[in-house]
Design a protein around this ligand. Structure first.
Ligand SMILES: [Zn+2]
Length: 232
């Protein structure tokens, strides 16, 4: 009970003082992507932790280019991309450490912050912390499932996050160079894909067969992504 009270107090306090300090105002990132048209365009908001491995224009450019190549097969384009640089305050870090199943997903404590952009989908790119998971996503169906347990997870809908541990994509026998963790988490959200498949040669696979993880999406996945309508 005391833990629950402390979590509640932490969340109430979060609403009073932003957990993220905006270091530079939201700007449109100069990324056009493939200019083939017509394409289904999905806008993207990115929040980058200043000082992390993500805090570098060329790094963001590299991930957007890789993701664009993956989505081009589906005639989908990520555009426009807006970017906000933030500092993660100690209060936010403290909330990342909260692990109380009765309070719902820990991200409810800090990703529902007034300093973060309201446009979705939203990707949060931050530094690695040993006590916190390195990538995750909240597609609509998962959020509704979590909310059925009694705590509204709606504020997390269409948010994904990747820490700097996966700024460099995995290198092993089951990964090809076209795979992207950034794109994988984004596609969970824009395709409302809640789980993984066992396809060898797919972006959303969990197979550990050689070269299983690739940048490929199948037609069913493409159709799901094209159905996505952003909440702006
Ligand atoms: Zn996944």
């Amino acid at each position: 009970m005391l833990t629950l009270l402390l979590v509640f107090l932490a969340i109430s306090q979060a609403q009073a003082t932003p957990l993220f300090e905006v270091k530079s105002p939201t700007e449109i990132f100069p990324f056009q992507g493939p200019e083939t048209s017509p394409m289904h365009a999905i806008p993207l908001s990115l929040v980058v932790e200043s000082g992390s491995a993500w805090d570098d224009t060329t790094v963001i450019q590299k991930h957007l280019e890789k993701t664009s190549k993956i989505l081009a097969k589906c005639d989908v384009r990520i555009y426009p991309v807006e970017l906000t640089r933030v500092r993660v305050t100690p209060a936010a870090e403290a909330l990342m450490r909260v692990n109380n199943p009765y309070a719902g997903a820990p991200e409810l404590g800090f990703l529902n912050d007034s300093a973060l952009p309201t446009q979705r989908p939203l990707g949060v790119l931050f530094g690695h912390r040993p006590y916190y998971q390195d990538a995750g996503a909240f597609p609509q169906t998962s959020v509704r499932g979590l909310s059925r347990l009694g705590i509204d997870h709606g504020p997390l809908e269409d948010i994904f996050f990747v820490t700097e541990k996966y700024e460099r994509d995995p290198v092993s026998r089951s990964y090809t160079a076209t795979f992207s963790t950034f794109a994988h988490e984004l596609v969970h959200v824009i395709g409302d894909i809640t789980g993984h498949n066992m396809i060898v040669g797919n972006l959303m696979t969990s197979s550990d067969a050689p070269r299983a993880h690739s940048g490929d999406l199948n037609e069913e996945q493409c159709q799901a992504i094209r159905r996505y309508r952003p909440n702006i």
